[in-house]
Design a binder for this molecule. Structure first.
Ligand SMILES: Cc1cc2nc3c(=O)[nH]c(=O)nc-3n(C[C@H](O)[C@H](O)[C@H](O)COP(=O)(O)O)c2cc1C
Length: 454
């Protein structure tokens, strides 16, 4: 390095250093100005007085009504944004002035699966929301003890945060038209419009009961029937996907449709259902299951509506390995996926299934065995009345934890279908034990852990 004490040379060095600094500073200042302007524009857009329509839905009722709510607002010229409840962050609520919540209830008064994170993350905290005006449409079924439990909890939490309700919570019992009409009335009033679009739910179609057979003669459990329903026109692949549901309304209770998982794919030409006959303590049969399995004659018309069940579809998991876990009539939803996989010639399917006796309750045994022979399926079974150590499907998991971890590490998705009582929580706990709770939650958030439990 060369040192100098010459003041002229020192001045020259200082001047060129300053010039160099300026050359660097100008683009930095320009970029900073551009960023600030963009942030100001974003904040301004976010502060625009738009409405948020947030929904939490398992089988699509609340989601469909949320879509219609947004359409009504937009028709009235009100900017409205449709959002899944789980996508709302604390900042969104702190900033929003009007939010309409449409939420259903599952389990024992719980949030639908997709909204469990919102309930756990936000509804356990305190947020000052005095600026927020909101309304709640709570969907439920009064046959459950915790009628509209999640909608009520959400409403209570919002009130506790100081939010102001636009009108009292509306509770919809089994999709009853009258209460939905009331919501629509309030909405038209708020939006200042009378020409709300048509809100009628997709109508039922007349299908035909084409085949019915008892799957478990001599079983110690209730009879389970395989039903095949056809419709006059040809089916096409867009009618439904594996994982979807049907709603069937029995003639004796047309306003109380029952949901069943579809056990087939459109390429089968018919909708296959698995229906377990319910019996009450006095020996009488459940209205819908009694009608479908005992009274309706083969050839009779059945009033049916196809329902997309997005949360249980294959969607982004179509190319992954599948771990299918279920019990009893839950084999229906899993069979739909297996038929989709067989149609695509796709291997990498592992079924874990539980029922009572291997001799009587191995539904679709031959078909599953054929898939295994073809190299498309591997399965493990748990029989609660055969006397083995692994009695329930969740009991199969600990000894297979290594395989489970390996499949998940390889990208597999997990689908659980069957009863809420006993099975769903037991399987969830066993999966969390094998994979870790955080990893299981992350799989659920990524759509790789999906459940259809009832
Ligand atoms: C497994 C299961 C559990 C349910 N639990 C409740 C409940 O605890 N309370 C309630 O009011 N409704 C309950 N329901 C009824 C649903 O909330 C109702 O069918 C609603 O219309 C579903 O709306 P969605 O399609 O938007 O999820 C339950 C339904 C199912 C299938």
């Amino acid at each position: 390095m060369i040192w100098t004490n010459d003041p002229n040379r020192l001045m020259l060095v200082a001047a060129s250093a300053a010039a160099y600094g300026l050359v660097c500073l100008i683009p930095y200042l320009r970029e900073r100005g551009r960023r600030l302007a963009a942030a100001r524009a974003k904040a301004k857009a976010a502060a625009a007085p738009g409405w948020i329509v947030a929904y939490a839905s398992q089988t699509g009722n609340a989601e469909a009504l949320a879509g219609q709510t947004v359409a009504t607002l937009r028709l009235a010229g009100i900017p409205a944004q449709l959002s899944e409840l789980s996508d709302l962050q604390a900042e969104d609520l702190l900033r929003a002035e009007r939010v309409l919540f449409l939420v259903s209830t599952y389990g024992e008064g719980d949030a639908p699966d997709g909204a469990a994170a919102f309930a756990g993350r936000l509804m356990t905290t305190r947020l000052p929301l005095p600026q927020l005006h909101y309304a709640v449409l709570a969907l439920g079924d009064s046959a459950y003890h915790q009628f509209c439990g999640f909608g009520r909890a959400l409403d209570g939490w919002l009130q506790a945060q100081g939010a102001q309700s636009l009108f009292p919570r509306i509770e919809v019992d089994r999709s009853a038209d009258a209460t939905i009409g009331l919501w629509r009335q309030h909405l038209s009033h708020l939006a200042g419009t009378s020409d709300a679009p048509d809100w009628s739910a997709p109508s039922y179609q007349s299908w035909t009961l084409s085949e019915r057979r008892l799957l478990n003669p001599c079983s110690a459990g209730a009879p389970v029937y395989h039903l095949e329903l056809s419709q006059p026109g040809a089916l096409n692949a867009a009618d439904w996907q594996s994982g979807d549901l049907v709603q069937i309304s029995a003639p004796a209770e047309p306003d109380r449709p029952r949901e069943y998982s579809i056990a087939s794919i459109p390429a089968d030409g018919r909708a296959h259902l698995l229906v377990r006959l319910h019996s009450h303590a006095d020996g009488s049969h459940g209205v819908a299951s009694g009608w479908l399995t005992q009274q309706a004659q083969v050839g009779e018309a059945v009033s049916l509506r196809l329902r997309a069940h997005r949360r249980f579809r294959l969607e982004g998991n179509a190319g992954r390995r599948l771990i299918l876990i279920g019990n009893g009539s839950g084999i229906a939803g899993l069979r739909g996926h297996l038929r989709a996989r067989a149609q695509a010639g796709q291997s990498g399917n592992w079924l874990l299934f539980g029922e009572r006796n291997s001799a009587h309750d191995f539904h679709y045994h031959e078909e599953l065995e054929a898939l295994r022979q073809a190299g498309l399926l591997e399965f493990d079974l748990a029989w609660s009345r055969d006397g083995g150590a692994e009695r329930y499907v969740q009991d199969l998991l600990p000894a297979r934890a290594d395989k489970l971890r390996a499949w998940v590490a390889d990208g597999a998705a997990i689908y659980v279908c069957g009863s809420l009582d006993g099975m769903a929580a037991g399987v969830d706990a066993a999966l969390a034990e094998a994979l870790g709770r955080e990893a299981l939650d992350a799989l659920a958030a990524a759509g790789r852990y999906r459940r259809d439990v009832y």
